[in-house]
Design a protein around this ligand. Structure first.
Ligand code: NAD
Length: 261
């Protein structure tokens, strides 16, 4: 349990990749603050399981990642009630699929706020706390779409490219402080985010569900397999190790070879 005594804050961790991050960190003894939306009983069950797994306290924050004040308050609450955060994983994300001329302005604004600006607000609040301790790990969840584009995902691709630039910039600022800042860029991971975009893609491209899965989603992924959330979480855990102290400002792909093509 190499993270005993450490505190981790993971945004968007009531589901999918975020929940896998939280479970992996708790399994190594970290006190975890989870965040996101969903059914209250399910979230409480997950929180209790994280406490049991880590042997440390786990907390839940319902902070909305599109609200800068709520993000700052969440980091402050984490510091007051758990200590830290020593590890921050910015992971909350949403998607909308539409050609640019039909892209609803409110969806653009929401994707930029939740997928990009929330990461800035998190870093802004957390970096001083980590710098004071002389140790910290910030991990942002970008995407293969931080490196390459797909049609009809203008906001998502713009936000994810932005996350990489933000990550690199803050990595340089923190380079001498014991704080590393890295990006993980998954390919297609089988989570509700992927599942939920299937109906939109079926509609906009006139395809069946099987065609969307095999010919659209996995078309770009040479292994022809979805990435598993636990495989993404395993890389995040490695980044928290002392052996990873010289990895900073990196954008690390876990994409079945997608961006090698
Ligand atoms: P998911 O839909 O399973 O989970 C998203 C999480 O974000 C949930 O916990 C949800 O409640 C939370 N969330 C959404 N809006 C929020 C808000 N306003 N405030 C707080 N929390 C909010 O999605 P996922 O697939 O696990 O995606 C997680 C991250 O990984 C996202 O940033 C996504 O862009 C990225 N990603 C996913 C894939 C994939 O194939 N699933 C691939 C590359 C990158």
């Amino acid at each position: 349990m190499f993270l005993k005594g450490k505190t981790a804050l993971v945004t968007g961790s009531t589901s999918g990749i975020g929940l896998a991050y939280a479970k992996a960190l708790a399994a190594e003894g970290a006190a975890v603050m989870i965040n996101g939306f969903g059914d209250a009983q399910t979230i409480e069950r997950e929180r209790a399981q994280l406490t049991e797994a880590s042997g440390a306290q786990a907390l839940y924050s319902d902070a909305d990642m599109s609200d800068p004040q709520a993000i700052a308050a969440m980091v402050q609450r984490c510091a007051e009630e758990l200590g830290g955060p020593d590890i921050v994983i910015s992971n909350a994300g949403i998607q909308h699929v539409s050609p640019v001329d039909q892209f609803p302005v409110d969806r653009w604004d929401a994707i930029i706020a939740i997928n990009l600006s929330s990461t800035f607000h998190l870093m802004r609040a957390a970096v001083p706390l980590m710098r004071a301790k002389g140790w910290g790990r910030i991990i942002t969840t970008a995407s293969a779409h931080s490196l390459v584009a797909s049609p009809n995902k203008s906001a998502y691709v713009a936000a994810k490219h932005g996350v990489v630039g933000l990550t690199k910039s803050v990595a340089l600022e923190a380079a001498k402080t014991g704080v590393t800042v890295n990006c993980i860029s998954p390919g297609y991971v089988w989570t509700p985010l992927v599942e939920n975009q299937i109906p939109d893609t079926m509609r906009t491209r006139g395809l069946t569900r099987d065609q969307v899965i095999n010919d659209v989603l996995l078309a770009a992924q040479p292994t022809k397999q979805f990435v598993q959330p636990e495989q993404v979480a395993a890389l995040a855990l490695f980044l928290c190790r002392d052996e990873a102290a010289q990895i900073t400002g990196a954008n690390l792909s876990v994409d079945g070879g997608w961006t090698a093509a």
